[in-house]
Design a protein around this ligand. Structure first.
Ligand SMILES: Cc1cc2nc3c(=O)[nH]c(=O)nc-3n(C[C@H](O)[C@H](O)[C@H](O)COP(=O)(O)OP(=O)(O)OC[C@H]3O[C@@H](n4cnc5c(N)ncnc54)[C@H](O)[C@@H]3O)c2cc1C
Length: 301
């Protein structure tokens, strides 16, 4: 399957953009904030809350990072004005993490403070392993500066993640736990399906036992079951956890969790950068290409 995945990824440039768009639109809400708000309203009618993700990462100019701040502030204002059950997810490299860490911190602090003034919350996505330490640094600095309406993402495929949870115990962070989407070297990342799942279950237990709120982000039925079991064994109330899924993915599992009365947050990517985002994700992780490729046929494109 790996060879097929690589072949699909290598040929993405040959697929006409309008066809990629047809498939991408299942996973991306659209180009504008209005598109994303429509998607979030549709999800609300199915019992789901949401997190807005403005596409864009690894910016090369401070002006792009400033623009990300302005656009994200507008997203928060819109959530507030429309009374949506939603928060935001951000990537620190979109705020200039790799240009100047202090400036990136200033922008993120500005955004988190604005979110707090509106009673909202900011989730910091986790990017590739070159960003992990800097992400923790910024998160800790925010908390030490009194910002509590901010949470982190940890990746179960990283060997270090259990130790990271231990190191963050004093902050009892609000977490999202996912498998991890980037391709990382074997020295730092588990590669086997089962060892990643095992680490996911271990880390999830450690997060709950440390008193954290956890967003259980997965579409893997085995881990959805593990998440259910971890929560039910501890008798955790609805306000101690949520499940999280990506827009357009495993909607059947999503609907079943909602029917069980569980909180389910859908990650809603949108923005002008959708094509670059799709291509980049594909090149980073050819396995995603298989989902897109199969989607081409399912959508009849
Ligand atoms: C809400 C949310 C936020 C995330 N945030 C981050 C983050 O900050 N950093 C990070 O590194 N990763 C993030 N991820 C991605 C995550 O790390 C995984 O790469 C992704 O969720 C696939 O892992 P899985 O647990 O769903 O299991 P898998 O075994 O990979 O997937 C199970 C099934 O779900 C379907 N599926 C999964 N992913 C996709 C997809 N993209 N498109 C179509 N179908 C799919 C397939 O049918 C697949 O068989 C996030 C995921 C979610 C759900």
């Amino acid at each position: 399957m790996a060879l097929l995945d690589r072949l699909i990824a290598a040929s993405i440039g040959l697929i006409p953009k309008f066809m990629v768009r047809r498939v991408a639109w299942r996973y991306v809400a659209g180009e504008t904030l209005d598109d994303a708000v429509d998607a979030v309203n549709g999800l609300a009618s199915r019992g789901c809350c949401a997190t807005f993700d403005l596409l864009g990462e690894f910016v090369e100019e401070p002006a792009q990072a400033d623009a990300a701040l302005t656009e994200y502030r507008a997203v928060l204002d819109r959530i507030h004005a429309d009374g949506l059950d939603a928060n935001i997810s951000i990537k620190l490299t979109a705020f200039g993490l790799l240009l100047n860490e202090d400036d990136a911190y200033g922008r993120v602090r500005n955004l988190v403070t604005h979110a707090a003034s509106l009673g909202n919350f900011v989730r910091i996505d986790m990017e590739d392993s070159t960003c992990t330490d800097a992400t923790f640094k910024i998160y800790r600095r925010l908390r030490e500066d009194g910002c509590d309406n901010v949470g982190l993402v940890l990746q179960a495929y990283l060997r270090r993640t259990g130790a990271d949870v231990d190191a963050l115990t004093d902050l009892a962070p609000s977490y999202r736990l996912c498998k991890g989407i980037y391709v990382e070297p074997e020295e730092i990342a588990f590669k086997g399906v089962e060892e990643i799942r095992d680490n996911y279950r271990r880390v999830l237990d450690a997060m709950f036992d440390g008193g954290s709120y956890v967003g259980i982000a997965t579409h893997d039925p085995a881990l959805v079951d593990a998440g259910r079991a971890a929560v039910d064994e501890r008798g955790l109330a609805r306000d101690r956890y949520e499940f999280q899924m990506l827009l357009g993915v495993t909607e059947g599992i999503r609907d079943r969790l909602v029917a069980e009365g569980r909180r389910l947050r859908v990650y809603v990517p949108f923005g002008r950068d959708w094509y670059a985002y799709c291509v980049r994700r594909l090149k980073e992780n050819p396995r995603i290409g298989r989902y897109v490729f199969l989607g081409l046929f399912r959508s009849g494109a």
